[in-house]
Design a protein around this ligand. Structure first.
Ligand code: ADP
Ligand code: MG
Length: 148
């Protein structure tokens, strides 16, 4: 059975803090057998990139993380790990395979966040964590639901 829980954030700073908190927790708890894969799902402007910025910050990445919509994939080096930020908005399952997806998800030194991960559901590992972002009742409110 999957566990689901929801958190409401009221500003982009709160979404970043949540990302940083999760980065720390998941980094420490990760398996050493394969990559940690997180699928970020939700409409444009729902907070996927904002969350990723906080997450990267929590991992100690100094470089500013931007939306990878145009570059598709960006790799940040941290300690002995690689943080891989991917955007599946414009590319499909086949393109992921060409990018070396299979090798990425096997390698335990990779932490992978995929924006629009629901577009490549078929090739996400079963162990992937799903985080669903939704606009809330007011302009700065977002509902962030975790399925782990
Ligand atoms: P996505 O990557 O899902 O398209 P972004 O993170 O790029 O979304 O954009 C979210 C936008 O919404 C940003 O401009 C951000 O400042 C704004 N925003 C307002 N409130 C929040 C919130 N609670 N969480 C995240 N972003 C928020
Ligand atoms: Mg984005």
């Amino acid at each position: 059975m999957n566990t689901k829980f929801e958190i409401i954030t009221k500003s982009n700073a709160e979404t970043k803090s949540l990302g940083a908190l999760l980065a720390d927790t998941l980094y420490k708890g990760r398996t050493k057998k394969r990559a940690l894969v997180i699928s970020l799902e939700g409409d444009l402007g729902a907070g996927k990139t904002t969350f990723t910025q906080g997450f990267a910050d929590g991992l100690g990445i100094k470089e500013k993380v931007k939306s990878p919509t145009f570059v598709i994939l960006k790799i940040y080096k941290i300690k002995k790990m690689d943080f891989i930020h991917i955007d599946a908005y414009r590319i499909g399952t086949k393109d992921f395979e060409v990018l070396g997806w299979k090798e990425f998800i096997k390698n335990p030194k990779n932490i992978i966040l995929v924006e629009w991960g629901d577009r490549i559901k078929k090739i996400l590992p079963r162990t992937a964590i799903h985080i669903k972002f939704k606009h809330g009742a007011s302009e700065h409110e977002r509902t962030i639901k975790f399925v782990v």
